[in-house]
Design a binder for this molecule. Structure first.
Ligand SMILES: Cc1cc2nc3c(=O)[nH]c(=O)nc-3n(C[C@H](O)[C@H](O)[C@H](O)COP(=O)(O)OP(=O)(O)OC[C@H]3O[C@@H](n4cnc5c(N)ncnc54)[C@H](O)[C@@H]3O)c2cc1C
Length: 361
């Protein structure tokens, strides 16, 4: 049986590990004590009871494979070096080290107690604040504005974005619909303006918020939500690896970084033609599982079909449990749907039952 080391137990790494568990000897290397279902970390700042449901232990994820609590510091064809000083060998190595995000939306350390503390501090700050500004109107910023406005009455919420429209990369109609819904919820949406002199971009800070127009927004609390930062530190010692403008490692058609033949990369850290989403990982992981199975059976990688990224990716953007809008992958440019389907698919349960099942809980 061939051995595969998967570096990183986030959405991409765990999904691939489960897909390979029966046919390979799987070793999943992950420094964190538990998986965080960060999709629900947004609502957790207004509904702290969710924290107990979204921190999931790894011990029942795999039936045959094992999860090693370690950090990988370097990678080469056939082996990885560990922070503790040892190394592990395998036939194939898959990198899935993902990305970081501002607190409290992803963990910034390996301790879940730290994550809980960051989420609780933000919840308390939201409770105290009478006016809140959110900087960044990607999915996290928009959902956060919706969650706060839908659950807490009497607070002024302002969403600030440098972009001219919401979600310009998706089917026309999604951004307009969400902007209108946010306004109905009482959120002030400010497009085409930039925050200046923000105290920190990686955690909530005290206001006010200064804009590049010279205007000052009198917010008590400013929450940055300015996008994911790919984590490719494991490739620091890989001289041929190249990175795109977002910092993701570029890969060939079979998801391999340049200069490596039996090392593959997927998820947020890899520029495989997809956006940095779970939706992307959910397409990439089954493709890579199939490819590794074929290679393990004796096929040459180069004789196998290359990966084709989403051409019209779906996105689900709830504004609290009952509102929101989405693009479903139906038709050439996707199809925009409203609150009923958005709530039924994601808004109500935030996929928590699905991840409980995947983690054997
Ligand atoms: C608040 C929030 C909500 C989101 N909601 C959605 C959503 O609803 N739908 C959607 O499609 N996308 C959503 N996203 C995006 C989604 O979370 C990312 O696309 C996803 O996390 C990417 O998965 P990944 O496995 O590539 O990386 P990650 O989930 O970042 O996991 C990477 C893992 O690698 C580990 N790691 C890092 N370095 C090392 C190392 N050197 N050695 C070993 N392990 C290492 C980390 O500890 C981590 O566990 C959301 C993002 C945020 C921040």
């Amino acid at each position: 049986m061939k051995r595969v080391i998967i570096v990183g137990g986030g959405y991409a790494g765990t999904s691939l590990a489960r897909a390979l568990d029966a046919a390979f000897e799987v070793v999943l290397v992950e420094p964190r004590e538990a998986f965080l279902h960060n999709v629900a970390a947004i609502r957790a700042v207004v509904e702290p009871g969710l924290l107990d449901q979204i921190i999931l232990p790894y011990d029942r994820l795999l039936k045959r494979g094992r999860v090693v609590r370690e950090r990988v510091t370097a990678v080469a064809d056939g082996s990885v070096r560990l922070a503790s000083g040892g190394s592990l060998e395998a036939d194939f190595i898959v990198l899935a080290t993902g990305s970081g995000y501002a607190q409290p939306f992803k963990p910034v350390t390996d301790s879940m107690a730290d994550f809980r503390a960051a989420s609780a501090a933000t919840e308390a700050a939201i409770k105290r604040a009478s006016s809140i500004a959110i900087v960044g109107a990607g999915a996290v910023g928009v959902e956060l504005a919706g969650e706060i406005a839908a659950s807490v009455r009497g607070k002024s919420v302002t969403l600030v974005s440098a972009g001219a429209t919401l979600f310009p990369e998706f089917a026309p109609g999604l951004g307009q619909r969400l902007a209108a819904d946010l306004r109905k919820l009482g959120v002030t949406v400010r497009m085409g303006v930039r925050a200046e002199g923000l105290g920190a971009a990686d955690r909530p800070v005290a206001g006010p918020l200064r804009l590049d127009t010279g205007e000052v927004i009198a917010a008590d609390l400013v929450i940055p939500a300015m996008g994911a930062r790919p984590d490719t530190a494991v490739l620091t010692g890989a001289p041929a690896a190249r990175f795109d403008r977002l910092g993701r490692v570029e890969t060939d058609g079979w998801m391999r970084p340049a200069g490596l033949k039996r090392v593959f990369a997927l998820g947020d850290m890899a520029a495989n033609g997809d956006m940095m989403t779970i939706v992307a990982a959910s397409r990439q992981a089954p493709w890579l599982a199939k490819t590794l199975e074929a290679v393990a059976a004796g096929k040459a990688v180069e004789d196998l079909p290359t990966y084709a990224a989403w051409t019209s990716p779906p996105i689900l953007v709830p504004l609290g449990p009952k509102r929101g809008a989405s693009v479903l992958p139906v038709g050439r440019n996707g199809t925009v749907v409203g609150p009923m389907l958005t709530a039924a698919i994601k808004g109500k349960s935030l996929f928590i039952p699905r991840y409980h099942k995947e983690f054997g809980l």
